[in-house]
Design a protein around this ligand. Structure first.
Ligand code: GNR
Ligand code: NI
Length: 183
């Protein structure tokens, strides 16, 4: 169980298309546990493996309300198999884009298929915050960030802000862009 550094915009790793997992083995279970630790510590309601620099199709989430018991979810190779025509607007943030929040429109309900942490196939229908979070996380697996759903002007402003912050701390190729480099 360990907390791993979260990488931030403009780290190019966030633009990778992540690889499917062939088998949910002990290495993947350890990855899931480390991701849950990292997500709770951040704190956040979701985390994709690429946010800790691991380019695999692995996601953790917990959208339980503050006073409810924790409800960790582990999703391996998640796929959206159906999305509603009805849309919903929700304010989003991202642990890899600290302190930046904007409203994003997405399908309000989705059906998702994935493997759980025991490797068993699961299908579930989500709405509300869970539907928003699942779509945000699956976007990460495809190198897509929530700012990609905004107008070009807003997106470019956000990218510029984070590129400037990272540049103050030295060349991007010397070390990963972790959250302590963004001020
Ligand atoms: O913690 C998070 N909150 C959040 C709020 C609205 C929509 C999506 C999210 S996910 C985000 C954590 C994160 O960056 N996951 O990739
Ligand atoms: Ni995110």
């Amino acid at each position: 169980m360990s907390i791993r550094p979260i990488i931030c915009l403009p780290d190019p790793l966030l633009r990778l298309v992540c690889e499917p997992v062939a088998k949910v083995d002990s290495e993947i279970v350890t990855l899931l546990d480390d991701m849950l630790d990292t997500m709770y510590e951040a704190p956040g309601i979701g985390l994709a493996a690429i946010q800790i620099a691991v380019p695999k199709r692995v996601v953790v989430m917990d959208v339980a309300k503050k006073d409810d018991p924790p409800a960790p979810m582990c999703l391996v190779n998640p796929e959206i198999v159906w999305a509603s025509d009805e849309k919903n607007i929700h304010e989003e943030g991202c642990l890899s884009i600290p302190e930046y929040y904007e409203e994003v429109e997405r399908p309000s309900r989705v059906r998702v298929r994935f493997l759980d942490r025991s490797g068993a196939p699961v299908e579930l229908e989500a709405d509300g915050l869970l539907a928003t979070c699942i779509q945000h996380e699956i976007d990460h697996l495809n190198g897509v960030l929530f700012i990609d759903h905004l107008s070009r002007l807003k997106r470019e402003r956000a990218i510029k802000k984070f590129t400037k912050a990272a540049r103050r701390d030295g060349p991007l190729d010397e070390k990963p862009v972790t959250r302590d480099r963004i001020r």
